[in-house]
Unconditional design. Structure first.
Length: 290
């Protein structure tokens, strides 16, 4: 299979591309910059130069492929609404030329008060979260036009060696600036998590086997208490473990305050996916985050 991957040089893409190549697929990676192009080439994939706003390039990449994995998204939180609009247009452009072919797109696990979110949950969300959820629904809806579309919802932490920009890395960096290992409130709020290699494997399985209209959860740890994260980080870094108010950590504090566990039981049953790599606390213990 010839696979077009957006975000091929990113955190998950850098794990997915070698897996796809190892399974015998050809991979074409979208690359906006020279640095991204060099990274994609180093992974062993072909390069298609362009960005998510280059709609004709996206159509060309998708039309010349047997399937698409859409991982790219603009994560500049100061321009989130613009990023959501760009993402929506990119999905429309690629889906228009993918009838009969798979389109696998990344999204995020939802938060459901009082229990772990499942693949069947479709909460409305608010603010930028609502926009991303709308885009995910649009991906699934393309199945009505013959696209074998699926959404892989990622948890708040996609962790592993080399993670420098994820939310856990940002939390620890923010704490180090303050000289503490921080958690919000009583620290009992839980985050779902998955190892980056397990996440990449699920995208691979979805590309090959997921039925049209599938919603999948790439969740290894159903819910890790944020205070447990802080305690491991504090011990590793020699910092005091301290509760803070949510606003002391900006946007990150608001996310940390929400209890948002998620389940992947349905995904595991549907595709036979089994997380096999270390959990979040194990990776923290290994010192990957400082």
């Amino acid at each position: 299979m010839r696979v077009f991957v957006t975000g091929a040089s990113g955190w998950i893409g850098s794990a997915l591309v070698p897996e796809l190549l190892g399974a015998g697929h050809q991979v074409v990676g979208l690359a906006r910059s020279d640095a991204s192009a060099a990274a994609v080439e180093k992974l062993g994939a072909e390069v298609l130069r362009g960005g998510l706003d280059d709609l004709e390039t996206l159509k060309t990449g998708a039309a010349n492929a047997d399937g698409v994995v859409h991982l790219a998204f603009g994560h500049d939180f100061s321009r989130m609404e613009a990023a959501i609009r760009t993402d929506a247009a990119a999905v429309d452009a690629m889906a228009a030329v993918l009838a009969g072919k798979p389109l696998i797109a990344a999204s995020g696990t939802p938060s459901v008060p009082g229990r772990a979110a499942t693949e069947a949950d479709d909460p409305a969300g608010f603010g930028p979260v609502a926009g991303r959820m709308d885009n995910a629904r649009a991906v699934v809806k393309t199945a009505e036009n013959g696209v074998r579309a699926s959404v892989v919802r990622l948890p708040r932490s996609v962790h592993g060696e080399g993670d420098a920009h994820g939310l856990i890395a940002r939390l620890i960096a923010a704490g180090r600036e303050k000289g503490i290992a921080a958690y919000v409130g009583d620290g009992t709020a839980r985050w779902p998590a998955v190892h980056v290699l397990d996440a990449a494997h699920l995208f691979h399985l979805a590309l090959e086997h997921a039925p049209a209209g599938s919603v999948l959860h790439a969740v290894g740890d159903e819910g890790v208490a944020i205070r447990d994260v802080a305690e491991v980080a504090g011990r590793r870094l020699g910092l005091p473990v301290t509760s803070v108010e949510a606003d002391e950590l900006g946007f990150l504090g608001a996310i940390l305050a929400i209890d948002q566990p998620a389940s992947s039981t349905t995904t595991q049953e549907l595709l036979g996916w089994q997380p096999t790599h270390p959990g979040l606390l194990d990776d923290l213990e290994k010192g990957y985050y400082g």
